[in-house]
Ligand binder design. Structure first.
Ligand SMILES: [Zn+2]
Length: 99
C-alpha cells in the first residue's frame, strides 16, 4: 500500500485503459489493478467484504448481538454500538458520526 515501484520490467504485460477522466493510459497489469482498487475504495470502506449478501447477513447477525448493524469505517467489522450521538466500534474503538 505504501510501497512505491515505478520501474517497469520490460517483460511486464502492458494494458491500455481509459481512466475515470477519459484519458487513455498504458499501464502494467499491476497498475491497472491498483487503479481499480482505488476506484472501488471510494465507494466501499477498506476491509468491508464486497459481497452484498454476506454484508446483509453479517449486519443481521450484528443486530441480533445488540450492535447497530453498521460497518466500522476503520476495521470493517459490524460491531458499531451507540455512543451518545455517534457510533463507536466495539472492535477497534474508532468512532464515526461525531467530530
Ligand atoms: Zn472498528
Amino acid at each position: 500500500m505504501g510501497r512505491k515501484r515505478e520501474r517497469v520490467d520490460p517483460s511486464t504485460e502492458l494494458c491500455v485503459a481509459v481512466t475515470e477522466e477519459g484519458a487513455l493510459v498504458v499501464e502494467t497489469r499491476e497498475q491497472g489493478l491498483r487503479r481499480a482498487r482505488a476506484l472501488l475504495r471510494k465507494y466501499i470502506p477498506e476491509g468491508v467484504n464486497l459481497s452484498d449478501e454476506l454484508i446483509a447477513e453479517r449486519r443481521a447477525e450484528a443486530r441480533m448481538k445488540g450492535y447497530t448493524g453498521e460497518a466500522c469505517p476503520e476495521c470493517g467489522n459490524f460491531t458499531m454500538v451507540r455512543n451518545g450521538t455517534c457510533l463507536k466500534c466495539d472492535t477497534c474503538g474508532s468512532t464515526s458520526g461525531c467530530s
